[in-house]
Design a protein around this ligand. Structure first.
Ligand code: NAD
Ligand code: DAU
Length: 350
């Protein structure tokens, strides 16, 4: 059976890398990118494949049940890779309900649509993309394993944990074939500059303060976004139905050390005197309920499916800085809001 894969959230940061990878690598598949284009959706991310014959875009909200059914029927969807979500922890603290709506109810809508549209479940897969934050916060020792009990601490992670539970419940109750991956912090091109790394790159470039929450002692485990997309490809094709796989780079950094590294590398790249950008570091009020440490044990996906990260962090960070410096227009369009006109300009008359 020909695969017509629905990728949700494909105009966002990670989703756009997954869409590009699948469209280019699998000309025999049809890739349908479904995204309602919130502030985080940016069709400019997909310029290089937007006219590919095996690609379609559907501007639909996952909260719109009838809209989902239409897309499944029109494109005869065979599989789902679900990334659409509200993704920013700080926003979840100010507006938790938006996260419940998209991340929980939206995911259940999508599960219901797949469950009703697909007849013989053995030929179809519902792949849910989740986060390491569902496991809670670590202190100095240990790693998150696939068997670590869920202990979400923020409204964002609570909503993602809930959606994971629904996916497992649909697998158990209705025998839908599902797979879940829980990934650590991603970085790389096309990330919305509200997240730590692109925010700092943008602010260093423009000599603006670098807001470090608390003392900057919190630890995150960073993975280059294209390595995550490759992991999704591997799990989609080789993962076992009903399983969970953690994805991460065994690459823990304190926030303050990341910010200093960015300052140092950008001083070099911008021809500034060493130490210039560090002066922009500003310690600000801590995030409410700020998780101390995340660290993924990615042994299972490495051992069972042979996936491992391809890029060392220093190389990935250097590539990332270069990308943002070379794509000042992308950042300008995002910060000015111009990127939101892309849909009307390019799809309005289609
Ligand atoms: P993002 O915020 O960059 O993109 C989210 C996309 O989803 C956007 O294009 C947005 O328009 C779309 N979207 C949001 N609400 C929607 C709705 N109701 N209907 C349709 N589309 C909607 O997010 P991201 O950082 O690329 O994360 C993608 C997925 O990966 C999320 O599920 C997130 O939880 C997960 N994840 C992210 C990270 C990370 O470090 N960014 C790490 C692990 C897991
Ligand atoms: O771990 C995976 C998660 O990583 C994903 O599920 C989320 O979608 C993604 O947003 C990310 O969450 P974080 O909260 O870890 O990412 P963020 O870039 O917002 O923050 C990284 C760390 O930097 C965190 O400890 C908070 C801190 N921070 C963040 C911002 C935006 C600052 O110190 N200053 C800032 O301005």
């Amino acid at each position: 059976m020909k695969k017509n894969i629905l990728i949700t959230g494909g105009a966002g940061f990670i989703g756009s890398h997954v869409v590009k990878l699948f469209v280019k690598k699998y000309p025999e598949y049809h890739i349908v990118n479904l995204d309602c284009l919130t502030y985080a959706g940016n069709l400019e991310n997909l310029k290089e494949i937007e006219n590919a014959p095996n690609y379609s875009f559907e501007k639909v909200n996952i909260l719109d049940e009838a809209g989902l059914v239409k897309v499944f029927e029109n494109h005869r969807i065979t599989d789902v890779i679900h990334l659409a979500a509200e993704s920013h922890v700080d926003r979840s603290i100010t507006d938790p309900l938006a996260f419940v709506k998209t991340n929980v109810i939206g995911t259940v809508n999508l599960l219901n649509t797949a469950k009703s549209y697909w007849k013989d479940y053995s030929n179809h897969l519902f792949y849910h993309v989740s986060t390491d934050e569902v496991y809670g916060s670590l202190d100095d020792g240990g790693f998150f394993l696939e068997t670590t009990p869920y202990d979400p601490q923020s409204p964002y992670s609570a909503s993602k944990a809930s959606s994971d539970h629904f996916v497992r419940a649909y697998a158990n109750t209705y025998k839908l074939r599902t797979v879940i991956t829980n990934c650590s912090n991603n970085y790389g091109p096309n990330q919305f500059p509200e997240k730590l790394i692109p925010l700092c790159i943008h602010n260093i470039r423009n000599n603006k303060p670098l807001p470090v929450y608390g003392k900057g002692e919190n630890i995150r485990d960073w993975l280059y976004v294209e390595d995550h997309a490759r992991g999704i490809d591997v799990v989609f094709h080789q993962g076992k139905s009903g399983e969970t796989y953690n994805i991460g780079g065994f690459n823990e950094w304190k926030n303050i050390d990341i910010v200093r590294l960015l300052c140092q590398k950008m001083d070099e790249k911008l021809g500034r005197l060493s130490g210039t950008s560090e002066k922009l570091i500003t310690f600000v009020k801590d995030r409410a309920g700020h998780d101390l440490r995340y660290a993924i044990d990615a042994t299972k996906i490495q051992r069972e499916l042979g996936w491992e990260p391809s890029l060392q962090f220093e190389e990935g960070i250097s590539k990332t800085i270069d990308w943002y410096l070379d794509h000042q227009d992308w950042l300008d369009n995002v910060t000015s809001g111009n990127y939101q006109k892309y849909y009307e300009d390019h799809y309005g008359s289609r």
